[in-house]
Design a protein around this ligand. Structure first.
Ligand code: SF4
Ligand code: SF4
Length: 114
């Protein structure tokens, strides 16, 4: 079969050159994705490493004491804590590592049996 003449092929797609701001936005979006994947991996690692005792425990917030400072959320390796007015724990994600309990300045979050 004879090769097609070059002008019979469609032209390669044209891409506008990215501005520095577009490049920066794309890099930041990439970094956010990587951070989310990293957090998910850390949660899986922590889940695998749970001791039999930890498997029966979960962090619980005392809403009367919590001042919503976010310290527990920042240290939680499982991404299990969200903070609005007060902290809230997603029990399905919590690996009972105890880091939030150690960090809380108000003694407002602690591990409890499930
Ligand atoms: S114990 Fe606290 S820091 Fe650890 S995974 Fe559970 S909520 Fe996060
Ligand atoms: S560290 Fe303690 S006071 Fe601060 S948001 Fe968490 S539970 Fe509430």
């Amino acid at each position: 079969m004879a090769p097609l003449p070059a002008d019979a092929l469609p032209p390669p797609p044209q891409q506008a050159p990215a501005t520095p701001q577009q490049e920066m936005a794309a890099l930041e979006a990439q970094a956010r994705t990587i951070e989310q994947e990293l957090q998910a991996l850390r949660a899986r690692i922590a889940q695998r490493g749970r001791s039999p005792q930890q498997a029966t425990m979960v962090a619980v917030v005392d809403a009367e004491r919590c001042v919503g400072c976010g310290a527990c959320q920042r240290v939680c390796p499982a991404g299990a804590i969200t903070v609005a007015q007060v902290a809230k724990v997603d029990g399905a994600k919590c690996t009972a590592c105890g880091q939030c309990e150690a960090e809380c300045p108000r003694g407002a979050i602690a591990l409890h049996d499930v």
